[in-house]
Design a protein around this ligand. Structure first.
Ligand code: DC
Length: 240
């Protein structure tokens, strides 16, 4: 099967689809979103990178991450750009490419803290809606199917047991990580807790999302399963 077989031009009114991928850390969102983007000829936009870039800027400015007034002020002086790439997104903050600086534990923790504030989220959601307005995107995050694009043509909620997600993260850390697997799993549980229990846009499946649990799958198998979900949904839409 090729991307052409699921001609995105055959959707109602010639619309290109929006594929929303949500789920907790380590569920395989990035790998799967990348696969779907290549497979269906869509742009892959990773919204977590935007929260991470903003958190990096807040850390650099030594802002208290629980003082929303200062963070709000910072949003007014910040331009975030996300560019789709083949392997990963490039994220630019005020024109500076910070792609290589946003995956460390300090930024990971800070991103999870700044993302609890409704005003920060509203700002991010507006940017994300602008980026995906024309369709033709796979957008991954925590609230894409529920808040950013509730009208997305395809919604997938990915999950896996915390131990499996933690081990995936650990394995991605390279040959001699400075942390133990149980620390990674503990941090991931703490982030899960914050993401799932925040008052504004908590991480949860949209009512019409397809649930995909990759606990007993490799990421390759999960990507194939996600591809089948998208293909079937696009076929249904094209036939309507
Ligand atoms: O997906 P990620 O691990 O790169 O996301 C970093 C943090 O950003 C994560 O703790 C939750 C937050 N986030 C969010 O609240 N909403 C999104 N759409 C994407 C990420």
């Amino acid at each position: 099967m090729t991307a052409q077989e699921y001609s995105v031009g055959s959707l109602p009114a010639g619309r290109k689809p929006i594929v929303a991928i949500d789920g907790p850390a380590g569920a395989g969102k990035s790998t799967i979103a990348r696969h779907l983007a290549l497979r269906f000829g869509l742009l892959n936009l990773e919204t977590g990178a935007m929260y991470r870039a903003f958190a990096l800027k807040a850390l650099r400015m030594h802002l208290a991450l629980d003082e929303v007034a200062a963070l709000d002020e910072l949003t007014e002086q910040t331009v975030i750009r996300l560019e789709a790439g083949d392997a990963e997104n490039r994220v630019l903050i005020d024109g500076e490419d910070v792609t290589g600086l946003i995956r460390n534990p300090a930024v990971t923790d800070a991103a999870s803290r700044v993302s609890v504030f409704p005003s920060i989220r509203a700002w991010m959601v507006r940017l994300q809606q602008q980026m995906g307005a024309a369709g033709g995107v796979v957008m991954e995050g925590r609230d894409i199917g529920t808040v950013v694009f509730p009208q997305a043509e395809v919604k997938i909620f990915l999950d896996a047991a915390p131990e499996v997600r933690g081990m995936r993260r650990f394995d991605q850390m390279g040959p001699s990580p400075s942390v133990q697997p149980d620390e990674v799993i503990r941090d991931l549980r703490a982030r899960d807790e914050r993401d799932r229990n925040r008052a504004d846009s908590p991480l949860k499946p949209a009512p019409d999302a397809v649930f995909l649990d990759s606990t007993h799958m490799t990421l390759g198998e999960a990507a194939q399963a996600a591809e089948a979900i998208v293909a079937s949904r696009l076929e249904t839409l094209a036939a309507q």
